[in-house]
Design a protein around this ligand. Sequence first.
Ligand SMILES: [Fe+2]
Length: 738
Amino acid sequence: MLRRQSFGQKFLLCLATLSCHLAAALSRPATQLQDGPQFQVNTTILRRSGEWVEVSWSGMRSPSIHDAVALVVPADVDYTKTAPAKHKWASDSPTHLKDGSGSLKFRLLNHRADMKFTMVTNLTNWLGLFDVVAESEIIKPANPNEPLQGHLARTESLSEMLVQWTTRDKGYPVVRWGIKSGDWSYNASATTDTYTREDLCGGVANSTGYINPGLFHTAKMSGLAPDTRYFYAYGDEDFAFSEEFSFVTAPPPGSDATVKLLAIADLGFCEEDGSMTWPGNYPNAVAVEPYGTDVQIISEVQNALHMGWVDYCAALITAKRMQEDIDGRTLIVHNGDVSYAEGFVYGWNIFMDMMGPLVQKAPYMLTPGNHERDWPGTGTRFDFPPAYDSGGECGVAYDKRFPMPLQGKDKEWYSFDHGPIHFLQFSTEHDFAPGSEQYAWILRDLQRVDRSVTPWLVAGFHRPFYTDSVYGNSDSGDVGFTDAIRAALERLFFQFQVDVTMFGHVHSYSRTCPIFQRNCMGYAPDSSANAPVHMLIGHAGAPYSWTISPETPPYYESVAIQHGYLRVAANRTTMHMEAVNSLDGQVVDDYTLTKPSGWRPNQAAQLATIALFHSNYTPTWLELSGINGPAEDLVLRPAEALLFSDPELLHSLRNATLVKNPIAYDTVEALYQIFEPINSIFQDRLADSAATSEAAKFFYEHYFRDLFALYREHRDGLVKGRNSSLVAPVRVPVGQNV
Ligand SMILES: [Fe+2]
């Protein structure tokens, strides 16, 4: 969440100089195929998306750890204008560094275009500073119109279900469904939409990250009975149909049935084969910004400190774990920071493939996050300081890919009922303050909801309502934002007795007590909670946030820094919530809300309470501390200054390999290069008591001390032989059954 905001000003400068760097890139030879190695792939036809292929080579001269095997889509791409889809280090093949030969297996998605593999050298960044030394034969998809990326979505009506899928061309796209497997008695035509480069707002989205995203076909199944399993397939009379999937509709209004909800935020994507995508959700080479900027190097230092970043591919593990939880009447809610594709169509292709086993069986309802929506000057709430987090997508990819009952173009707020729960979903990336269109809609929805039909009211959005992060007093900082959203909506949510809010943005899990204006309000004699409970579920897959408060606020009842998701089972009187750890499936927080049968909201009592609490607002340590990004003050700014003052160190970082791939260990050399300067900074800062804030000490003691102790323990070995192995935290290879 912090990645670009901290360096926005410099990023602007980088954008301004993009044309110069591209010009430099264009002046280099795009390929150097003469006397290149033998390089081949074991098939020229991709029969079906997701098949595995093997790439092999021999005769590679001067093999290096900076050699990589990269997938290029489309096959005739101009390397200087379009980033490769993904790559693996050639040295992942054990013979590569010995004799310049090797082989690697890749899982290949159908990107609806011809593809090829390349062997590249000097891979320290894309666009300009790598050389292509070999190219494979072209791999053609057997059917570029294989229907892919299917996903379900609810409408406001219980008797409808949307399904969207993707092909290259349009014939007669249709969904067929019925109540018996293979017996599809009903069908409905789809409408077709897409987005082009011109629809996007800037950044990599309309330059190096863009390839044809395909056509998005959306069809509505209607006339559905409640609480019924339907079987369906989607596709095109002219091309092909998907395999059959099934889902269960929500129970009828007022039913006593139990429904299931799986809730996530801040997920991201990974490839099953362990290959890396540019820029992806995990580091590949240091300095992967298209123009090799120093800004990106600093970002990688920051990323290296993000706990969990280099350890395992949490997004894929979470998605796989959730598959075990899909059964009847399940709904999936994803509150922002969805794929982190950040302008890369490949990223969306991979993400939708990863989510397929989930979202073809259960409706998938989202809210936009900063990584889908934010781009300067495009109507987001975060124009100053400018936020570049969508990579130039500015919400276009999100809007086109996720049909939902939105209020209109770029009006990403909506509501719907699922069993006993009314979901109010809105956008924190758009204005929600009183006087705004979104605020008016939220108020109307709260007024309209019939709690005799849906006793539970769950509000979903991306950025936090309460936070234990100390990042940023500015409006886009966690602390500043929570002040703003509570000022706008806390009284409303209390008055209308919202039961639970679910949000992300900060990458950990936490749950407050039932709370109003930072006061735990407890429970009524009928056992119902006296105020909303706020749940941070930003721990789905993105690297852990490292800005958690030194003092957990007293109103937090559960905090967990683990990757996972929230599993909810609700009937009319009970809402049972379990925070599930993706790695082992264990429940790390188990919490149940109850309310009696026939419960009704009591606005008069709520308003009386609000009058009592109106001025009863006690600032916490967070507010009084005046902390604005202490982690950056403590580590990143000194690190930045040090790096800029030491060209040699900067150079070594630029050429370092931070990780070989997401399932391999960090290289010892890289750890030395990354941690040594930061280690020094910590030591200096902590020795200077005047400059050492309480927060700084907390960060050191809770997050970095053990890491640095480990580092110091092995430091001599690292410096001398650079062959010691650091003991890694939990690492789970991608694809392993966990
Ligand atoms: Fe976010």
